[in-house]
Design a protein. Structure first.
Length: 251
């Protein structure tokens, strides 16, 4: 590894391990009857206890330490007194800021017994993220990432959200490049070794269109269909990439 990005990878890895650990702890409490503000409290305390800070808290005015997006909420759901119930799905998105570097990751959890369609949506979303990660290496195009996701998702009958995308990350929470989750092979900029960015497809059971609620944050599906998301922060190498936010459970 070139010395010029070894430090960036090392620092991001440290933040990523904490973020992944927070999701592992959250996995233990997400069940029917759990309030989303309890998830937020656990997230804040776990990250703080590990010498880091929850980057979403007060970021551009966001009021909580993580995002909790339930059912038809696509992303940026705000934790509240909302109680999870049997059959729900919830995406929890956490970002740890450690020594000035960010680790950003999310998972969609199934609450109790979920419907066959919800289970398929969650499975397909995770597969799409991993298919994209598996092709990442120096000199592929950003469009190759989007195509890998879109082709898999649409083959399963679902749609890819186009209003939100992955992003460069490091000492800055969100920066270039924008990593679209749809596109065509061979299009877009070439990626280079040393780049760090997120891949975080949001996949809808119905139409891809979204809208923002009056709180200015919560994005929902326009047709109120279910939405799922997974996210990892990765670093590009010559031969492939490293997932910085992979948990001990390999999720």
């Amino acid at each position: 590894m070139k010395e010029n990005y070894k430090e960036a990878f090392d620092k991001t890895r440290q933040a990523g391990i904490i973020a992944a650990g927070a999701l592992d702890e959250i996995a233990k409490i997400v069940s029917p009857g759990t309030r989303t503000d309890k998830i937020d409290k656990l997230c804040y305390e776990y990250i703080n206890d590990h010498g880091a800070y929850s980057a979403p808290l007060f970021y551009r005015g966001f009021p909580k330490s993580c995002c909790t997006s339930v059912n038809h909420v696509v992303c940026h759901g705000i934790p509240s007194d909302k109680t999870l119930k049997e059959g729900d799905i919830i995406n929890v998105d956490v970002t740890a800021l450690k020594d000035g570097w960010h680790g950003d990751t999310s998972r969609t959890f199934e609450i109790g017994e979920v419907s066959i369609k919800a289970k398929k949506l969650v499975k397909t979303t995770y597969e799409a993220m991993m298919k994209a990660i598996q092709i990442v290496k120096e000199d592929i195009n950003l469009g190759d990432i989007g195509a890998a996701i879109q082709n898999h998702v649409e083959a399963e009958g679902f749609s890819v959200v186009q209003d939100f995308c992955g992003h460069g990350i490091g000492q800055i929470f969100h920066k270039e490049p924008n990593v679209l989750h749809y596109g065509k092979e061979g299009e877009g900029d070439k990626i280079k070794a040393g780049m760090i960015f997120t891949i975080e497809p949001m996949i809808n059971f119905g139409n891809y269109e979204t809208k923002i609620l009056q709180d200015g944050w919560t994005a929902v599906t326009k047709d109120k269909s279910l939405s799922a998301q997974f996210e990892h922060t990765i670093g590009v190498t010559k031969e492939g990439c490293e997932i910085f936010t992979l948990s001990k459970n390999k999720k």
